[in-house]
Design a protein. Structure first.
Lengths: 988, 86, 416, 193
């Protein structure tokens, strides 16, 4: 293989070449590569353009902290903008493109933004673009919006699926570096149920990227040994490609498993990703640390990289990031990059360290390479790739060094953000030169580099200690682990966050193009709090959330304000720890699976009859049943209504809530929850009931029947079924536990049909046969009966929503579909039709019955003409508050009926009422139309509405004003009951 | 957040509905303006809070949970009225 | 010691010397005519209008942290005046008008962007509700348009029209609605108030009231006691806590509302969209992030952070509405403390304690109210009478039964 | 009138999915069960249950069974009483046996009941059940009333195989079957009759 692939070494599979494309060019890498390592191996240094100035950018890191190497991965509906090349695993046929450039990566027109950079300083938006105001939406904002943003999203539906899952454990170990592995091993050996979550595809953490030895073995080999033991323990579960992204309450951790992202497409029945909720009793956070760069002039040039990343590429991926690599480090760790490179035969151009003294063993790592102590890199040069660096010595003299890669190390930032998700801030340590976790979430302890214990020996020891502590806290016995030998590591580092002498633009936040000058400007303008600094300059707000820039930014602010770093503080980090696909949070709940669908027992029957369905909460209900030749809904609905009023119809009303109440105190209980009286209801009878909220507003209505002395069944509206159940259980369990009764929902148990129309009795008589007496005397209006239908228990209620002679019949739900058929058969000679919710609605409006549009959570019983139902003989929920002046004001809009004066005109719900000659303005708003239907009986549209002083205005002509539709029509105020006001029909 | 239902065990909050302050007491009928306080006024403490939760997707018990509103730490969970457990 | 060789640094940083602090970071003085507790949008706007319209400049805004650290700095930036009830519409419309002139008023670009707010409906009942609302708006002279499904599709072709569990029927569009760059609102008001002499005091937490003869005459703070002729509270999520210092109990609960932003993207969603069949609304920031949110977490909280179920609920709504966002990544989530009132509407009123004034109960909708709230509260503080548009926001409306319940949920704050 | 034909809750809703060679999950609808919600109303309620069925209703979220009849604890003082002898007469039989000591409400049609087993049943359930089903925690006789993919489910474990039974409110059967099918497909789901 050409380019920078080293002759040997690394954890890639050299026997498995993988072809991929970047910006339309074909390349090859190996299994085990990331897109970034494969690009570097092919000598591709320029991979993207920056956010604001469109500056050329290259790979900067080797992990999730990457600010620069963001690509659009995959094509078409699977396009994934802003994907980190440093974590994307290579697969055969992978396609990636660079972003934020036009027309090409090498030549990007918007790079002229750089010329204007003196004006594009932090906060420049706020100071300009104000005149003229109209140009903001038309001109300035579109320009700004187009220039901003990075990748392009696909606008088509994501074709892949996602899953959600929950797993429980005793000990969750986050990270599988030396600290995590030992924590898992100790807790696992002790017998605890352990989950190890590792973001990367192999286990091992930094051990995969370093050359030091553990127990005489290379880190990767040692890792393999531990992994094998962990795999053998049945109580340990290893989750690779799984990042823990958030710490929530109650030991709940959010994690994302990238199940198929390393494949071209997910295998059959496999999701693309799986969202895990990990519920843990104890957690060991062993997420390692991220190297901190130093800020200097031109530090964004492609080729300027983290020193640890250069080591990762060399040791884990067998790639030399450059041909002449210089190292700029403020601590011992960076020297190891020089040592490892030299060992691989890569030229090290120089090692530059601002410290004047370095331990001899560290110094020896640089071998024969040039070393500059007491010196700093001032500026880096090179257009599309690094060419040389200017090094300035303590005495002010400078020297230029040719290099195509500069490996930079300014110390390490512990990856402790998960430990701060509950709100505690990290604490600065002057000795470690790092922010360390402070107060941690309950049950969570931090190990290894994440705790600032940066050496392998410390990481291993932390892991053993905390793994044991967690196990012991859960009642397991600690295990002892023999001391593990590790190579010596020295960790000394000097504080250097930026090189003040820089002559060219020095970037703090590489992705959002925030420079040292921007920070200085923010300081001058008073944005000195780090949180102000962040919001004013956008420092740390990009896709990397400032993982390599926040600390440098605030350190610069600390210098500017003369405060210490702890006084300056750090910004708050928030979930997710790394960006997570929105689809994963939704799992399978999208499209038709957004919410479950509830189907009544007769659904299949209705489908077979060609019904059109409507969503009612989670239920699907038949809305109407079009007949051949009927092309618009109104024709069908009108036919259904006429058929019911002229003969008989059946309608599935199973979706209404049904609650069984049993016990000696049900009557007393109902008296307290209903506004009207129920304890007096005789056995075998039903009564309409009105339920208020405690604030005096109507909550729900329905009928409740007494089937036996201590046995009642209540019905609720479909929408409020759950809410009423919850309310009743509150009243019983909390307010009046002394009342002896039980209640349970039986909505699902009974399939219930309305059978309505003048022929309904005849229909039922056919159904039940002559043995059952259905005469008015035997089953009068509001009767409730338990009887048998074909030796099946059935319930018959003489209730009417339509105003016709009508019944509701209920059978156990398994017979629901059959009953629907049987009802139609029984009514064959009577012209029976099935009718849907529309016809139901038409008839209820004709009868002036209130429903959802009127029971809207703000209407009182009085508003709905039901004021007389409020019993004065007893206390009930809502009684006291219903008497407040605002709720009994006679001027409140109250229920009326409406008819268009010109009968040909259509009414519209939502129209507002105005007096006939009133101007259309708010002061004259007298109420609004709540429900409208076309009445087949009357041959014109009718409505219900809430009108100020309504009941006193019957006969008045007012206007229904619907400005939205440009309509303004004269309507007559009439009583709400439009059809059969005397109720002759329902007594049949 | 997870609530340790005394009947069902530890469950995620999606199974529960929240009602609020369990410190309020429904006044006697005709208590007048005390009713306004009952229905509308809340201590809304920052700290330990006794509150009603309903395990509607579980055992249907109304619970009183004592919880810190600053940390979401839960100290105790009990049936709203032990008497209902016969 | 090592620092010395690096202290050269500071000298290089002199490029933008002429810029002044946007506001004076004032030291608290011993007494003011008016103290406003809370350096959020409402507190700072109140100071601006007190100084500008009522000429009262001996004013301090006391902020316990940095200004804008509360909800003004963490909201989803939507402004609109598409309200339903007569007690609300004029107030929010005043606010809308003030937004429209804000940049000129403040000489600060808060990026008021009238990109349109679309509320979708998915059922006939919902449509009727929106028609009622739209007509109420039109009666108040507020713009509103009813869109059918085809019109919605034309505007937003990428919504799920064909495989949706709750199909989109149409929407109510307010074209004048839109977004405003939230932080800049706080900074802009702070800038002009400060320029007129108002003291903006950060890191100054009010811990108690100075009460003499039953009258509030000042506050105790983390930076000492400060006296005042009048004290106004505009502390949003902390309303109950601060009121309790004066012995007051409010019809308010504090709940957490989360919000979310995606990674930056090229322009994708031109306006603001609200899903009608789930808890989800979305817009795109000028930086390119999709800014979205949903419902509150639903339990009393002062934690300023939420839990996972609501994140899932919001993303489920998002995927149901626009399945193309599946591969886009959620970058950051956060929470704010909502002062959820018992009827979902705010309170701008005097309190039973003389000298103490209340501005609270904004729930999750108070950002859009910032200018009108500031103006009305300034009016109340200056004149002791309610501003014309804020007359319905009385504290005693719960006792008298004149609630302003836009959602019809009753006295359950977590449902508003 | 002819006899009304019953239709079980999951009739026509369960379909095999995924690899069929060695299916990891087996499912079967249990029909012909009697179900009732039973509340204890008096202290001697357990004794009446015992004398009728030889079992004591558990006070915790457990199921106790005599083979033909099981009491599944679904709440304090509340059980789903299951009879394998069919729905007909089950409520009345229980009501007679318990007299005034208990309330009995027929639910034989309120739920569809599935019996699910197989090598991969826990791996499947992990994708929906927010309850710890590890054998050290959830064992034969354990019961959980919970939410799976927004659907209420009552789950109880039959044996160590593990075999479970689940009761799902009838109207949700289609949505639940869909969840089960898509979650088990990767392991192979076989519908048994
Ligand atoms: C996630 C989220 C999304 C939202 N989305 C929208 C939206 O799209 N549209 C909309 O209109 N509204 C929205 N809101 C609501 C809106 O942000 C708030 O209603 C509004 O900002 C509240 O007013 P404020 O700006 O004055 O509050 P804040 O900014 O919270 O100001 C209150 C200030 O008081 C300070 N304070 C508290 N206690 C003390 C004390 N003792 N001493 C001194 N200072 C104190 C606080 O630190 C804070 O700075 C949203 C809110 C959130 C959290
Ligand atoms: N000497 C130094 O200056 C220095 C500095 C830093 C690190 N190190 C080396 O690093 C190692 C530290 O060991 P360690 O175990 O603490 O860390 P580590 O870096 O070796 O391992 C951390 C692991 O956690 C994973 N991870 C991070 N966040 C995660 C998340 N949210 N979810 C899932 N996985 C996540 C990472 O992918 C990584 O594999 C030692 O080998 C040490 O020598 C040395
Ligand atoms: C409208 C809006 C847009 C935001 N865009 C971003 C963003 O692009 N990147 C980011 O990191 N945070 C963004 N945030 C979130 C803030 O970083 C921060 O989380 C929020 O203001 C709350 O503050 P806190 O997290 O410090 O408590 C945005 C916030 C808002 C309100
Ligand atoms: Zn429970």
């Amino acid at each position: 293989m050409s380019g920078r692939r080293l002759a040997s070494g690394g954890l890639i599979n050299r026997a498995a070449p993988v072809r991929f494309a970047f910006d339309g060019r074909d390349f090859a890498g190996f299994a085990g590569d990331t897109v970034a390592s494969a690009l570097l191996a092919n000598g591709v240094g320029l991979v993207g353009r920056s956010f604001k100035y469109h500056r050329p950018r290259g790979v900067f890191s080797a992990g999730p902290e990457e600010p620069n190497a963001l690509v659009e991965l995959r094509n078409g509906t699977r396009r994934e903008p802003n994907t980190k090349a440093t974590t994307a695993e290579l697969f055969a046929g992978l396609v990636a493109r660079s972003q934020n450039r036009w027309p090409s990566l090498a030549f990007d027109v918007l790079a002229i933004n750089q010329l204007a950079s003196p004006i594009f300083v932090a906060g420049f938006y706020y100071k300009t673009f104000m005149w003229p105001a109209v140009l903001w939406e038309k001109l300035y904002e579109p320009l700004i919006r187009r220039a901003a943003g990075l990748g392009k999203a696909s606008v088509e539906t994501d074709p892949d699926s996602y899953e959600k899952a929950t797993a429980f454990c005793d000990v969750l170990v986050i990270g599988s570096g030396p600290a995590g592995l030992m924590a898992a091993l100790t807790a696992g050996r002790a017998g605890a149920r352990v989950i190890v979550a590792e973001e990367d595809f192999p286990l091992g953490g930094r051990l995969l990227a370093e050359t030091y030895e553990i127990d005489g073995m290379p880190g990767a080999a040692w890792t393999a040994g531990v992994e094998a033991e962990l795999r053998a323990l049945p109580n340990v579960r290893i989750m690779r490609r799984t990042v823990v992204f958030g710490v929530y309450d109650g030991g709940t951790y959010g994690a994302l498993e990238r199940v198929s992202d390393h494949l071209a497409v997910p295998p059959p029945h496999q999701p693309r990703q799986r969202l895990w909720k990990l519920v843990a009793k104890r957690t060991v956070l062993a997420a390692g640390a991220i190297e901190r760069p130093v800020v200097f002039g031109g530090n964004d040039r492609p080729g300027v990289m983290l020193a640890s990343a250069v080591r990762s590429y060399a040791n884990r991926f067998g790639v030399a990031a450059g041909e002449r690599i210089a190292v700029f480090t403020t601590g011992d760790d960076g020297w190891r990059t020089a040592g490892d490179l030299l060992a691989q035969g890569v030229t090290v151009a120089a090692v530059i360290d601002p410290r004047t003294e370095v331990a001899p063993a560290v110094r020896a790592l640089a071998g024969g390479a040039e070393v500059y102590l007491g010196a700093m890199v001032r500026d880096a040069h090179g257009a599309h790739g690094l060419r040389r660096i200017d090094v300035v010595r303590a005495d002010g003299s400078s020297v230029s060094i040719a290099a195509d890669v500069l490996a930079v190390s300014g110390g390490w930032n512990p990856t402790a953000s998960l430990a701060t998700h509950h709100g505690a801030r990290t604490e600065w340590s002057d000795t470690k030169l790092a922010f360390l976790p402070g107060k941690t979430p309950p049950g969570l302890a931090v190990a290894g580099a994440a705790a600032g214990n940066f050496t392998t020996a410390e990481a291993l020891a932390d892991g053993v200690r905390l793994g044991n502590e967690a196990a012991v806290a859960l009642g397991f016995t600690a295990t002892s682990i023999a001391a593990i030998r590790t190579s010596d590591e020295s960790f000394a580092v000097a504080p250097l966050f930026h090189v003040a002498a820089a002559r060219t633009k020095a970037f703090v936040d590489l992705q959002n193009d925030v420079t040292v000058k921007d920070i200085a400007l923010a300081e001058r303008e008073g944005f000195r709090s780090v949180e102000h600094l962040k919001r004013y300059t956008t420092l740390g707000m990009a896709t990397d959330q400032g993982k390599t820039s926040n600390v440098n930014g605030l350190a610069i602010m600390a210098e500017l304000t003369g405060r210490s770093i702890p006084e300056t503080g750090s910004t708050r980090s928030r979930p997710p720890h790394v960006p997570v696909a929105i689809g994963a949070f939704a799992g399978l709940h999208k499209g038709l699976d957004f919410k479950p669908t509830r189907l009544p027992a007769s659904h299949g029957w209705a489908v077979a009859r060609g019904a059109v369905f409507v969503e009612t909460g989670q239920w699907l209900r038949a809305q109407w049943y079009p007949q051949p030749g009927e092309t618009d809904w109104l024709t069908s609905v009108t036919r259904e209504v006429k058929a019911v009023r002229g003969g008989a119809g059946i309608c599935d009303v199973s979706t209404l809530g049904k609650i069984a109440l049993e016990g000696p105190d049900v009557g007393a209980f109902l008296d307290r929850v209903y506004a009207n009286m129920f304890s007096t209801l005789p056995v075998g009878r039903a009564r309409y009931g009105l339920m208020l909220r405690e604030d005096g507003i109507v909550m729900d209505d329905g009928t409740t029947a007494r089937l036996a002395d201590e046995r009642f069944v209540m019905s609720t509206t479909t929408i409020n079924a759950g809410k009423v159940m919850q309310h009743l259980e509150f009243c019983h369990q909390v307010l009046w536990p002394e009342l002896d009764l039980d209640m349970v929902s039986v909505t699902e148990q009974w399939a219930q049909f309305a059978v309505a129309g003048p022929s309904s009795r005849q229909l039922l008589q056919t159904l039940f046969g002559p043995g059952v007496d259905l005469s008015d005397a035997a089953v009068p209006y509001m009767a409730a009966r338990e009887l048998q239908l074909d030796s099946i228990p059935a319930r018959l209620f003489r209730l009417s929503f339509s105003g016709e002679l009508a019944y509701e019949i209920a059978v156990p739900a398994r017979f629901g579909a059959a009953l629907a058929g049987a009802l139609v058969t029984a009514g064959a000679g009577l012209g029976v039709v099935p009718y849907g919710t529309e016809a139901l609605g038409v008839m209820r409006v004709e009868k002036g019955h209130v429903a959802g549009n009127e029971l809207n959570g703000t209407s009182t019983a009085g508003d709905l003409g039901l004021g007389r139902m409020l019993s004065s003989k007893k206390d009930f929920i809502g009684r006291t508050m219903a008497a407040r002046p605002g709720l009994v004001d006679p001027a409140r809009p109250a229920l009326v009926g409406l008819r268009p004066v010109d009968r040909a005109q259509r009414l519209r719900a939502g129209a507002h009422f105005l007096a006939r000659d009133a101007k259309a303005e708010a002061a004259n708003d007298a109420g609004y139309m709540t429900s409208v239907v076309f009445s087949p009986e009357l041959g014109h549209w009718i409505g219900l509405g809430l009108l100020a002083n309504g009941p006193q205005r019957h006969g008045e002509i007012i206007r229904a004003y619907d400005a939205l539709r440009g309509e303004d029509i004269a309507v007559e105020v009439v009583p709400p009951v439009h059809v059969d006001p005397e109720g002759v029909r329902l007594r049949g | 957040m997870r609530i340790d239902c005394p009947f069902c065990g530890s469950r995620e909050i999606v199974e529960f509905s929240y009602l609020g302050d369990a410190g309020v007491q429904r006044p006697a009928p005709d208590a007048g303006s005390v009713f306004t306080d009952y229905v509308y006024l809340r201590d809304n403490v920052a700290g330990r809070h006794r509150e009603y939760w309903y395990h509607g997707s579980g055992c249907h018990s109304w619970l009183v949970v004592e919880r810190d509103t600053r940390s979401h730490e839960i100290f105790s969970v009990d049936y709203a009225h032990r008497e209902t457990v016969r | 010691m090592r620092n010395s060789i690096f202290s050269l640094a500071l000298n290089a940083l002199s490029g933008h010397k002429h810029w002044q602090p946007t506001w004076r970071d004032a030291e608290p003085r011993a007494a003011y005519d008016v103290i406003i507790i809370g350096g959020g949008g409402h507190g700072l706007a109140t100071a601006h209008y007190l100084a500008k319209i009522y000429g009262i400049t001996n004013v301090a805004v006391l902020e316990k942290s940095w200004i804008g650290s509360g909800n003004v700095g963490r909201n989803t930036t939507i402004v609109r005046s598409n309200y339903l009830l007569p007690g609300n519409i004029p107030f929010y419309e005043l606010s809308m008008k003030l937004w429209e002139g804000l940049e000129q008023d403040l000489n600060y670009n808060a990026m008021v962007s009238q990109r349109g707010v679309l509320n979708l409906f998915h059922s006939d009942g919902q449509r009727d509700g929106y028609v009622r609302r739209g007509n109420a708006m039109r009666l108040h002279g507020v713009d509103a348009e009813l869109l059918d499904q085809a019109a919605v599709r034309k505007l937003y072709p990428f919504l799920d029209f064909d495989h949706a569990r709750f199909p989109i029927q149409g929407g109510l569009l307010q074209k004048r609605g839109g977004t405003v760059r939230h932080d800049a609102v706080a900074w802009g008001y702070a800038k002009t108030a400060s320029a007129r002499g108002v003291d903006i005091v950060q890191n100054c937490e009010v811990r108690g009231f100075i009460v003499e003869d039953g009258q509030v005459v000042g506050v105790e703070t983390s930076r000492g006691s400060i006296r005042a002729g009048k004290v106004g509270m505009a502390v949003a999520g902390a309303s109950s806590q601060v009121a309790a210092m004066a012995g007051l109990k409010l019809p308010i609960e504090s709940h957490v509302l989360q919000a979310f932003v995606s990674e930056g993207l090229k322009p994708l969603i031109p306006g603001v969209i609200t899903f009608g069949a789930g808890h989800f609304y979305i817009s795109q920031s000028d930086k390119g992030g999709l800014v979205f949110g949903g419902d509150i977490d639903g339990y009393n909280s002062y934690a300023q952070r939420g839990n996972l179920p609501v994140v899932e609920d919001v993303c489920e709504g998002g995927m149901a509405l626009m399945p193309m966002i599946g591969r886009l990544r959620l970058l950051r989530s956060w929470g704010g403390l909502m002062d959820m009132s018992m009827d979902g509407s705010p309170i701008i009123d005097r309190t039973p304690i003389s000298g103490l004034y209340l501005n609270a109960g904004w729930c999750y909708g108070g950002f859009k109210a910032t200018p009108a709230s500031g103006l009305s509260f300034a009016h109340l503080l200056a004149t002791d009478t309610a501003h014309e548009t804020a007359k319905a926001y009385r504290l005693d409306r719960f006792a008298t039964g004149h609630m302003l319940d836009e959602k019809g949920q009753g006295a359950q704050p977590n449902l508003h | 009138m002819g006899k009304l034909a019953p239709r079980s809750a999951f009739a026509g809703l369960l379909h095999s999915a995924g690899p069929s060679a060695a299916p990891g999950v087996l499912v079967r609808e249990e029909t012909g069960l009697g179900l009732a919600t039973v509340f204890a109303r008096a202290p001697y309620f357990p004794r009446l249950v015992q004398s009728a069925y030889g079992i004591i209703p558990p006070e915790t979220s457990q199921v106790v069974s005599n083979g033909a009849v099981a009491f599944i604890g679904t709440g304090p003082g509340k059980w789903l009483a299951l009879s394998r002898n069919g729905a007909a007469g089950w409520r009345d039989e229980l009501a007679t046996a318990l007299g005034v000591t208990g309330s009995v409400i027929d639910q034989s049609d309120g739920f569809g009941v599935l019996r699910v087993s197989g090598e991969k049943v826990r791996a499947t359930f992990e994708k929906g059940f927010p309850v710890d089903l590890h054998p050290s925690v959830f064992k034969p006789r354990s019961v959980a009333v919970t939410l799976v993919a927004h659907i209420g489910v009552t789950l109880w474990q039959i044996d160590d195989a593990p075999t479970y039974e689940l009761a799902i409110a009838r109207s949700f059967a289609g949505s639940f079957a869909h969840w089960l099918t898509s979650s088990a497909a990767e392991f192979g789901l076989r519908v048994e009759v």
